[in-house]
Design a protein around this ligand. Structure first.
Ligand SMILES: NC(=O)c1ccc[n+]([C@@H]2O[C@H](COP(=O)([O-])OP(=O)(O)OC[C@H]3O[C@@H](n4cnc5c(N)ncnc54)[C@H](O)[C@@H]3O)[C@@H](O)[C@H]2O)c1
Ligand SMILES: C[N+](C)(C)CCCC=O
Length: 491
C-alpha cells in the first residue's frame, strides 16, 4: 500500500525511455489493495520501430560473439538477479498479488533459467557430413534475428526470463511486451541484462496491449514471436505471423486432468491436488483443475482436501505467513466468482470457499481476494469442468476404472499438462503413455525444473520452453556443401 511506480517502464537502447508524446495511458493496479500503482504509457508504431531497430543493431554484435562470451554476460545477469532477489520479488507481489513466498520461487526460476541457457550457449554446434570424393558438408546452427516475446500476467518476471534466456543464448536479440496488467518487473530484467554487459538494445521492453502486440507481430524485421497467453489470442498471433511466415512458440491455456487412483498415498495425493490448483491464486496455465478421484477413495480424499483448503491463509501477500494473495484484477475476480455461481446452478456442490474475502487490515479492503474453492459432485458436462477458470477453483469428479478415467481425461481440446497419483508403477507409466498432454506428472504436480521441456499438446500450444529442445525453436540450421573436386556438369 505504499509503492508508487514513477520510473518509465519502457526500455530500449540500454535505458528506460519516457515516451515523448504519449497518446494513450492505462492504469496499473496493486491487486492487494486496489490502488493505482501508475499510469502505463503504451507504445505505438514509432516506439515499436525504435525498439525493433535497437534490437536489430544489438543483434549484429551479439550474434557474432562466441557462446562462451554470451554465457559470461548471462551468468553475470543471473548473479545480479540473485543479489536483487528480494527487491524483484516484492515488486512482483505489489504488481501481481501473489504471495511473497511464491514470488521468490519465480525469481529463482528466472535466474536458474538464465544460468541453464548460459551453459547451453557454448554447446551450440553443427555436424560434419562426409560426401564422395573427399567433398563434405557441414551444418551451422544460426540465430533467427530479432525475436519478440509477449507475456501473460500470471508469471511476469519468470515468463520474461523463460523467453529471453534461450533466445539470447542462441544469439538472438529480443523485444519483450509484458501484459499491460503486470508491466513492472520485466523492465527490471532489461536493466539487469544491460548492467551485466549486454550490448545496448539486446533486450528491450515495449509496453502496451493488443495494438502494440499487433505492431510487433506484423513488424517486417521481426523473425519470430514467442507468446504466452490465452488460446484465442494465440490463434490471432499465429494468424498474424503467418503473413510473414514467422516462426511461433505458443504457450497457451489448459484444463488439465489429475487422476488419483485408490492405491495412492492419501497425504501426497491431497498435497498434489492442492499444488495443482492453488498456486498463484489458481492462475496457472498448467493447473490440474479436473481432479478425477477413484470412487473408493473419494470420501476420505474430499474430507482431507476440504480441510486443508479451509486452512489456507489468505491475505496480505507480502506477509511470510500468507499462502494465498489477491487475484490479479477486479474483473478477473468477478469472472472467477461467476464460474463458481454457475457451477452451483449447474448442480455442483460448493464444499468450501468460492466467496469474496475481505481481509481485516483496512489497507487491504479494496483488494481482489476470494476463498479457495472445492467443488464436489461435478460432471463432465459442467462449465466448471469444461472451461479454463484461471482461479482457485478445484472441480472434483469420481471414476471407476482406468479406461474410463483416461477417456474422460483426454476429452478436451486442450492438452497442456496432466497428472497421475498411484503406487502401481506399471499403471503410472501406462496411464501417462495414454494421456494427451505435453507435461505429465507422476506422483507430483506443477514442478517445472528449467532443464525439462515444458509446453502443450493440442490447442495448448506449439513448441517448448526450457530444456535443450528450445534451442531448436530459437535457431535455424544452415547447410554448407563443400566441393573438393571438379564440377561434374551435365551441360
Ligand atoms: N502455457 C503457458 O505456459 C502459459 C503460461 C501462463 C499463462 N498462460 C495462459 O495465459 C492466459 C492468461 O493470460 P492473459 O489473460 O494475459 O492472456 P491474453 O491472451 O489475454 O494476453 C496475453 C498477452 O497477449 C497480449 N495480446 C492480447 N491481444 C493481442 C493481440 N491481438 N496481438 C498481440 N498480443 C496480444 C496481451 O497484451 C498480453 O501481453 C491463460 O489462458 C493461461 O492459461 C499460458
Ligand atoms: C511454475 N509453474 C507454477 C509450474 C507455472 C509454469 C508457468 C505457467 O503458468
Amino acid at each position: 500500500g505504499t509503492v508508487d511506480v514513477k520510473v518509465p517502464l519502457n526500455f530500449w537502447c540500454g535505458d528506460r525511455v519516457k515516451i515523448k508524446d504519449v497518446s494513450t495511458t492505462e492504469p496499473v493496479y496493486e491487486p492487494a489493495t486496489g490502488r493505482v500503482l501508475c499510469e502505463l504509457e503504451l507504445c505505438g508504431s514509432v516506439e515499436v520501430n525504435q525498439a525493433v531497430q535497437a534490437a536489430q543493431s544489438a543483434y549484429q554484435a551479439w550474434s557474432r560473439m562466441s557462446g562462451m562470451e554470451r554465457a559470461h554476460i548471462m551468468i553475470e545477469a543471473a548473479r545480479i538477479i540473485e543479489n536483487r532477489r528480494e527487491d524483484i520479488a516484492e515488486i512482483e507481489v505489489v504488481n501481481n498479488g501473489k504471495s511473497i513466498t511464491e514470488a521468490r520461487m519465480d525469481v529463482d526460476s528466472a535466474r536458474l533459467c538464465i544460468e541453464y541457457y548460459a551453459g547451453v550457449a557454448s554447446t551450440l554446434a553443427g555436424q560434419h557430413i562426409q560426401l564422395p570424393g573427399g567433398s563434405f558438408a557441414y551444418t551451422r546452427r544460426e540465430p533467427l534475428g530479432v525475436c519478440v516475446g509477449i507475456g501473460a500476467w500470471n508469471y511476469p518476471f519468470q515468463i520474461a526470463a523463460w523467453k529471453s534466456a534461450p533466445a539470447l543464448a542462441c544469439g538472438n536479440s529480443m523485444v519483450f511486451k509484458p501484459s499491460p496488467v503486470t508491466p513492472v518487473t520485466a523492465v527490471m530484467l532489461a536493466e539487469i541484462y544491460a548492467k551485466a554487459g549486454a550490448p545496448e538494445g539486446l533486450f528491450n521492453i515495449v509496453q502496451g496491449g493488443q495494438e502494440t502486440g499487433n505492431l510487433l507481430c506484423h513488424h517486417p524485421d521481426v523473425a519470430k514471436v514467442s507468446f504466452t497467453g490465452s488460446v484465442p489470442t494465440g490463434k490471432k498471433i499465429m494468424e498474424m505471423c503467418s503473413k510473414g511466415v514467422k516462426q511461433v512458440t505458443l504457450e497457451l491455456g489448459g484444463k488439465s486432468p489429475l487422476l488419483i487412483f485408490e492405491d495412492s498415498d492419501l497425504g501426497n495425493a491431497v498435497k498434489g491436488a492442492l499444488m495443482a490448483n492453488f498456486l498463484s491464486q489458481g492462475q496457472v496455465c498448467s493447473n490440474g483443475t479436473r481432479v478425477f478421484v477413484q470412487r473408493q477413495m473419494l470420501p476420505e480424499f474430499l474430507e482431507e482436501v476440504v480441510r486443508r483448503t479451509k486452512d489456507i491463509e489468505i491475505g496480505d501477500p507480502l506477509l511470510e505467513s500468507t499462502r494465498m494473495g489477491a487475484l490479479v484484477s477486479r474483473p478477473h475476480l468477478d469472472r472467477v466468482l461467476g464460474y463458481v455461481e454457475q457451477a452451483r446452478k449447474e448442480g455442483a456442490k460448493v464444499l468450501c470457499g468460492g466467496e469474496p474475502f475481505v481481509p481485516l487490515d483496512p489497507k487491504l479492503r479494496g483488494g481482489y481476494y476470494m476463498t479457495p474453492c472445492v467443488l464436489g459432485d461435478c460432471t463432465d458436462d459442467m462449465t466448471c469442468v469444461k472451461e479454463e477458470i484461471f482461479g482457485p477453483v478445484m472441480s472434483v469428479l469420481s471414476f471407476e476404472t482406468e479406461e474410463e478415467a483416461l477417456l474422460r481425461a483426454n476429452n478436451s481440446a486442450l492438452g497442456l499438462a496432466a497428472g497421475v497419483f498411484t503406487s502401481d508403477v506399471k499403471r503410472a507409466h501406462r496411464v501417462v503413455e495414454h494421456l494427451k498432454a505435453g507435461s505429465c506428472f507422476i506422483n507430483n504436480y506443477n514442478i517445472t525444473p528449467v532443464e525439462v521441456p515444458f509446453g502443450g499438446f493440442k490447442m495448448s500450444g506449439i513448441g517448448r520452453e526450457n530444456g535443450q529442445v528450445t534451442v531448436e525453436h530459437y535457431t535455424q540450421m544452415k547447410t554448407v556443401f563443400v566441393e573438393m573436386g571438379d564440377v561434374d556438369s551435365l551441360f
